[in-house]
Design a protein around this ligand. Sequence first.
Ligand SMILES: C[S@@+](CC[C@H](N)C(=O)[O-])C[C@H]1O[C@@H](n2cnc3c(N)ncnc32)[C@H](O)[C@@H]1O
Length: 175
Amino acid sequence: MLLGIIILILVTATIIFLSISFYITLYGSPYSPTPTKAVKEMLKQAEIKKGDKVYDIGAGDGRIVHYAVKNYGADAVGFEMDPFIFFIAKLRQWFWKWKGKIYRKNFTKHDLSDADAVLCYMLPRTLKKFQKKFDKELKQGTKVISYSFHIGDWKPKKIIPKKGKINKIFIYETT
Ligand SMILES: C[S@@+](CC[C@H](N)C(=O)[O-])C[C@H]1O[C@@H](n2cnc3c(N)ncnc32)[C@H](O)[C@@H]1O
């Protein structure tokens, strides 16, 4: 009887998690981790200084915020909408001592005006939608680094070309 209840709870929780993930995939961008080598290049291109406010607007397992804190001493914050992926990010922080703040939140509900750098890996149609928010909130001189995809009709300051398994990296700076 107890085993039956536990199985029922686990199956229900899995269905809820998967439904939310499916919704997020439709709403925005599905989970796919940026290779660590690319993360390090993105952070280098962001020219982060100690104490800078760095956002990963869809944090995934939290690797970008982790390296932003570990390698640059940034005040790094990640938002992750998907509860399952968020749980994985928290597990990494607990067990692997990964650094940075990660919140289970839709980043569109957060004011990004204090950002020194914004990093992202999202689909082009999603980035196009978010461009308005960036235009409205980001202060002048904010670095925006996008893995794989360009942001709407913004003109990149620089593009790091695809190299092996590492996709293009688009580097922007708000004016
Ligand atoms: C392609 S993954 C990138 C993960 C991580 N940034 C990386 O580079 O390894 C995009 C992530 O953004 C999350 N996401 C999509 N839209 C979001 C939103 N509006 N707010 C917070 N997270 C979002 C998805 O759940 C997914 O985990």
